[in-house]
Design a protein around this ligand. Structure first.
Ligand SMILES: Cc1cc2nc3c(=O)[nH]c(=O)nc-3n(C[C@H](O)[C@H](O)[C@H](O)COP(=O)(O)OP(=O)(O)OC[C@H]3O[C@@H](n4cnc5c(N)ncnc54)[C@H](O)[C@@H]3O)c2cc1C
Length: 918
């Protein structure tokens, strides 16, 4: 035990290194700045034995566990139990600074935080317990024009979602916060609705409400074992939770144990990709004049200043955080000694922003464990392999502000099978399972995300940590050709092509730790920096060349990171009919673009499904009896697709097999008007329109290798996807490049695919279409077999919506000014009123202007119809600037799909011909 630093009268200035172990805080006020904590509460939980059965068992009594229990009860589920190893809040929640910032760069997070905020505002009335909500507002500080642009972007997305905020100049900022140095600031973003909460009051109020409704809370009751039972396709489901106070039979367990999440996940044989690190703030002595000031986030200095009565708490994100390899199971209300070598990085920034801090003493330090994840987003949702086991951990220092919203969504996930909001960004299914227990990968990626937490969120960025986990069979060929790779789902996929090789170097941890010096030269990293702009990057012209090569000649795309699955077996047709929204009663050889829906009609995935028969036994042509279905799903959502299909199969107990050929097959897509000529040179099979029409597939030989060729296109051109066993992929790639030379074939990457597909109007799942959008809203009604008698998952909801009328609709907009970029998150404005926002935007090179997609509503309610869309004056509001836009009912590029049919004998229809409004 050591004396608290604050008692030594420390000023807020750097001192020498102190690395010490965990200590237990013995006096309130010595550590955390809260008046009352749960540590001092008399045990108010249920005594005795745990019940024999519960509908849901929540493990962990921190912010997330308490929030989940409360929201379960709000939804009527009260035969529930919360088990906490020590006392409520004993883990990370006790340490929290409790800040809530309303503005986030996406609508889901804004909605989650709104839920928390609304709950904080009503909890006292509901329970008689004050959750400590102080609504003193928040100020974000910009020290550069780029940062200010980011804030303007945030302000816009806030406006769309009803969050009040203001951009202030230096003088206005000084008027609001007289103690602030504003000499070096460009501007600030002021959000009056921000504030702070008290962890003990909050958790007590949440559990009070839940227990009064019937839920039960057991403190000093650790979970020691979870029993499971085997199901189909190698899956498991939870059956029992064991504690020293008895065994609870249950079908649902929520793992809300924060930094300890892997102890609990390990009990059912799975791993959560998170790593505990030390995270800290210091509490200052009294600062005259600070009362009632808003909280401050100085992103460029990586520092926050939280109002703490008549003082401040100062914290931030360091480049060299300290990892906690193993956490003590007995950790309860523990504090770590602050390491000033690490924390000292924040001092200069804090003093610069509020100079009076230089002469202010530190009353106490708070250093606790927090769980951080590879992409700085929580890990939630049902485990893909263990039915009834729900993840709810890894909250990256946002578990208080996200707690209410995530507790609410968690409760819906458990009770309804799916959350209401688009939670894919938090879903464990966004990860590749083998990476979850790759400790080195998790640590490196989590470090990078932590260190960059306050960096500007640019539309294009890539991680430098943990790269090279999954590579396609032609990776080296692409690297030699100058490929600038992107990372998705562990895969290296092509981004765009520079003029010389740009390998990704081993992670140097940004030079943060002595053991790994910063690379002297890192050309790949230097290229990434060129993307750190809200203007066109310097390689815009290179991406243009790739796009136009595809539009005018031919391009090859390595899309090997796609998920590739064969669904076969006696019940395969039955399963396909139910799971896929499109008609699967088609002849072998058909390739069908389809959605997979949830019960509410939301789009869980979109993919192509090819109807096939058993073949020779190679990876692209497996042997099986009867009809089968070949599923090709976008790589970043591959596991989401697989998990959705698997879940339905298990639920319905169908007799099928699901063969995963993702890792042993490559996907080379050859697209453009010369694709047929090139491929025809390499295959004896007839590629003509009659024998190989659009939306069909065949097993053929290309350059002597067996491949499954699908005549489909994600870029709107004549083209084929070649699904090739890995061992054949390099030879096929070289043969295509050689045969394509006279036709000007070019390598192209996903930056081009994103632009081309956006220009053509093809939907990106999780961008233009998500689980909270229906096919009718997304313009994908054609993927639903409503004219057949075949029932499918989500059909009833889609039919209901069709009958009621569509109240929001995805529309296409192009900018009238061809020199302006768009990045997404722009407000869509009709006659001066915000009617939606851009989910996705790209520069469309053939159209010669930026293009955006977003859902629009009628401000007065009612159906979004042609009349609404074809009247009014439309603008996109981008970073505070209003840009005149044109609305299109159909995407403006090749609306008749002539290119897909190989009919290039026509003049490209420009956006003008299909524009409804200009
Ligand atoms: C210094 C600091 C400042 C922060 N500031 C903010 C902020 O300003 N705003 C914000 O939103 N977030 C902030 N956070 C983050 C936030 O506090 C956390 O994200 C949140 O408290 C995590 O809550 P949790 O419920 O996931 O985990 P925890 O609070 O750690 O709860 C997990 C619980 O599980 C229990 N447990 C473990 N094993 C078992 C077992 N076998 N059986 C039963 N129970 C078990 C533990 O005892 C613990 O009580 C901060 C964090 C720190 C450290």
């Amino acid at each position: 035990m050591t004396a608290p630093l604050g008692r030594c009268g420390r000023m807020l200035a750097p001192v020498s290194s102190l690395r010490m172990g965990v200590r237990t805080c013995s006096h309130i006020g010595e550590g955390v700045p809260y008046q009352k904590t749960m540590k001092d509460k008399k045990d108010s939980s249920s005594g005795g034995s745990v019940p024999e059965y519960a509908d849901v068992v929540v493990v962990g009594g921190g912010s997330l566990g308490c929030n989940t229990l409360y929201h379960l009860a709000k939804l009527g589920a009260t035969n529930t139990v919360l088990l906490e190893a020590h006392k409520l809040t004993a883990g990370t929640t006790w340490h929290t600074a409790g800040l809530l910032w309303r503005l986030r760069p996406n609508d889901t997070e804004i909605a989650l935080i709104n839920t928390t905020r609304e709950m904080l505002c009503r909890l006292e009335e509901e329970t008689g317990i004050n959750p400590g909500w102080i609504n003193n507002g928040g100020l974000f500080i910009a020290s550069s024009e780029k940062r200010l642009k980011e804030y303007q972007r945030l302000q816009t997305v806030g406006r769309v979602n009803g969050v009040e905020s203001y951009i202030l100049g230096p003088t206005e900022t000084r008027d609001l916060y007289p103690l602030m140095n504003v000499k070096d600031i460009t501007g600030t973003l002021y959000c009056p609705g921000d504030g702070t909460m008290d962890p003990a009051g909050l958790c007590q109020a949440l559990t009070r409400w839940a227990t009064q409704a019937g839920a039960r809370v057991f403190e000093e009751c650790p979970v020691t074992e979870i029993r499971t039972q085997e199901t189909l396709l190698g899956g498991w489901r939870v059956t029992e939770v064991h504690t020293p106070r008895g065994i609870i039979k249950t079908n649902a367990v929520v793992n809300a144990t924060g930094c300890w999440a892997n102890d609990i996940a390990g009990l059912v044989g799975v791993e959560v990709p998170l790593t505990p690190m030390k995270h800290a703030y210091v509490v200052t002595e009294k600062i005259p004049g600070i009362e009632n000031m808003p909280n401050v986030r100085d992103h460029d200095a990586s520092v926050y200043l939280r109002l703490q009565g008549d003082a401040l708490s100062v914290g931030g994100y360091e480049v060299n955080p300290i990892f906690l390899d193993k956490l003590d199971k007995d950790f309860s209300f523990g504090l770590y000694e602050l390491d000033w070598d690490v924390f000292g990085a924040h001092i200069e920034g804090a003093i610069n922003r509020v100079p009076v801090l230089e002469s202010t003493g530190i009353k106490s330090t708070v250093c606790g464990p927090e769980s951080f994840t590879p992409d700085h987003k929580p890990v939630m949702g049902e485990d893909p392999n263990v039915e009834g086991f729900f993840h709810c951990a890894g909250f990256n220092s946002s578990g208080m502000m996200l707690g209410g919203g995530c507790g609410d969504q968690m409760a819906r996930w458990v009770l309804h099978g799916r959350p209401d909001l688009d939670m894919f960004g938090y879903d464990i299914r966004r990860y590749h399972p083998p990476l979850n227990n790759n400790k080195a990968w998790v640590a490196a990626r989590s470090h990078e995300s932590y260190a960059k937490n306050y960096s500007i969120v640019f539309p294009h960025d890539e991680p430098l940590a943990g790269r090279g986990q999954r590579k396609s069979a032609v990776h080296q060929e692409l690297e030699n050709a100058g490929c600038v790779f992107q990372e998705r789902h562990g895969w290296e996929r092509p981004g765009w092509f520079a003029s010389s090789p740009m390998p990704v170097l081993p992670y140097d941890w940004y030079g943060a730790y002595e053991t790994t010096p910063l690379h002297a030269e890192d050309p790949y990293k230097a290229l990434l920096f060129n993307d750190y702009t809200f203007d066109f990057p310097s390689h815009h012209s290179q991406i243009q060349q790739e796009c136009l090569a595809c539009r005018e000649r031919v391009a090859i795309f390595d899309m090997s990171y796609f998920g590739k699955y064969f669904l076969t077996g006696p019940d395969a047709q039955k399963a396909a009919d139910w799971i896929f929204s499109a008609n699967m009663a088609r002849q072998p050889g058909a390739t069908i673009y389809t959605c997979m829906l949830n019960a509410k009609g939301g789009v869980e995935a979109d993919l192509t499904v090819s109807v096939c028969e058993g073949g020779s036994g190679s990876a692209c042509d497996p042997a099986f009896d009867g009809r089968g279905f070949y599923l090709a799903a976008g790589g970043a959502a591959a596991l989401q697709n697989l998990a959705h299909v698997t879940k339905e199969i298990r639920k319905n107990k169908w007799n099928v097999s699901l063969l995963d050929h993702t890792d042993d097959m490559s996907l080379l897509s050859v697209q453009g008007r010369h694709s047929r000529t090139i491929l025809q040179e390499l295959t004896p099979d007839d590629l003509g329109n009659d024998s190989f029409p659009f939306s069909s597939h065949k097993v053929i030989t290309v350059a002597g290798h067996t491949v499954r060729a699908l005549r489909v296109s994600f870029v709107g051109e004549l083209g084929w996807e070649l699904h090739v066993p890995n061992e054949s992929a390099p030879a096929v790639y070289h043969a295509v490049m050689e045969a394509g030379k006279p036709w000007g074939i070019t390598n192209a990457g996903y930056r081009a695919i994103d632009s081309l597909s956006c220009e053509k109007g093809y939907r990106h799942w999780h961008g233009d279409v998500r689980p909270d959008d229906t096919p009718l809203e997304a313009g994908l009604a054609f993927t639903c077999k409503l004219k057949t008698d075949t029932n499918f998952l989500g059909r009833a909801a889609v039919e209901r919506q069709k009958a009621e009328g569509i109240k929001r609709k995805l529309v296409t907009l192009t900018l009238q000014d061809s020199t302006q970029p768009l990045w997404g998150l722009e407000a869509i404005v009709r006659d001066g009123q915000i009617v939606g926002y851009a989910r996705r935007a790209e520069y469309a090179f053939a159209l010669g202007r930026a293009i955006a997609y977003g859902y629009v509503n009628r401000p007065e309610g009612g159906a979004v119809n042609k009349e609404f869309l074809s009247t009014g004056r439309w603008h996109l509001e981008s970073m505070g600037v209003s840009l005149p836009a044109t609305v299109h009912l159909r995407p403006p590029f090749d609306p008749k799909n002539l290119r897909l049919k190989g009919d290039y004998e026509y003049v490209i229809e420009t956006e003008r011909s299909s524009a409804l409004v200009s």
